[in-house]
Design a protein around this ligand. Structure first.
Ligand code: PSU
Ligand code: MN
Length: 302
């Protein structure tokens, strides 16, 4: 094992015994939700993973160590400090390691650390993707490139329409990343179950997903997989409400010249404010739903 990787005792024991383990990310804690809901959700995610048969490994960089499995105190710290903690994607990891600093890991950075630790399944809320207007700004999340090169299967609720979902799917196709729909043929759009875009493959069971992952690994080439899991109907938001909030947030980001890594957290926070916290409640529900599926997939992988 790489010296830079630090496993919690529970994660280490589970991996050694060959028990199912799933990774969880931490940008969602520090930059994706307000305190204290961020900490409460992170701890509920860990509990949900265990209830569904997998040991949770919440991933972050702490003191320059690439950590898989955090203490409650560490999770509380990431939640309290919020946006003061560096949002860490692939390009940020060397600086944090060299400077022995802390970072909240994005989907991309969490995949890297999960792969180093030997964890093959990962649950989050939404992934980064191709931003609207990317044909001019070239703003494409490093999450997509990571899905192309790192062998971790990511369970998410699709992507928010702060992104260009059509271009995100095109990019994933070019990079050879399979996009699966769990009990749906349509790409879910995070707060809503519909997007108008099709997934590549509809699957009905965790066992079927595990078979896809096994086949991909057997072929020996790098790359991950995207498993999209629609938000449960009862927690989905009315499309008109969420679309209006996203449109306004995008206009504000443009007017305030918000750029680069600050854009996604800015939009997430504005959408949350503009919907009076209703979107936060949906966000929490869909994350827990993804953790439960990821745990069952990890268990099916054996
Ligand atoms: N989308 C969400 N919630 C999130 C993120 C994205 O709906 O919390 C976070 C994830 O950590 C994701 C990151 O990996 O934002 C993508 O940031 P960027 O677009 O800067 O790559
Ligand atoms: Mn970006």
């Amino acid at each position: 094992m790489n010296d830079l990787v630090k496993l919690s005792p529970r994660v280490e024991a589970a991996l050694k015994a060959g028990r199912p383990v799933i990774a969880l990310e931490s940008t969602i804690i520090s930059h994706g939700m307000p305190y204290p809901q961020n900490v409460e959700t992170a701890l509920r995610c860990e509990k949900t993973a265990r209830e569904n048969g997998a040991e949770p490994a919440t991933v972050a960089v702490i003191g320059g160590k690439l950590c898989a499995g955090l203490t409650e105190d560490e999770i509380d710290y990431l939640g309290r400090e919020g946006t003061k903690v560096t949002k860490a994607s692939r390009r940020d990891l060397p600086a944090l390691v060299a400077g022995q600093k802390d970072g909240a890991t994005t989907v991309a950075a969490t995949m890297i650390i999960a792969a180093l630790a030997g964890i093959r399944v990962f649950a989050t809320g939404g992934i980064g993707g191709v931003h609207r207007g990317a044909e001019v700004t070239m703003d494409i999340s490093a999450d997509l490139e990571e899905l192309a090169r790192t062998p971790v299967a990511v369970v998410c609720a699709g992507a928010k329409s702060i992104l260009d979902l059509g271009l995100t799917l095109e990019y994933l196709e070019t990079k050879g990343v399979p996009v699966l729909g769990y009990r749906t043929g349509e790409l879910p759009a995070f707060y809503t179950r519909q997007s108008g875009f099709s997934v590549d493959y509809r699957v009905e069971t965790p066992e079927e997903i595990a078979a896809f992952i096994r086949a991909q690994r057997q072929m020996g080439y790098p790359g991950g997989m995207l498993i999209t899991n629609p938000i449960p109907e009862e927690y989905a938001m009315p499309k008109a409400v969420i679309d209006a909030a996203i449109d306004q947030a995008l206009r504000e980001a443009d007017a305030q010249h918000v750029k680069g890594k600050a854009i996604t957290p800015f939009l997430l926070a504005r959408v949350c404010d503009l919907t009076g916290g209703e979107s936060l409640a949906s966000n929490i529900r869909l994350v827990l739903n993804n953790v439960s599926l990821a745990a069952r997939v990890a268990a099916a992988l054996g």
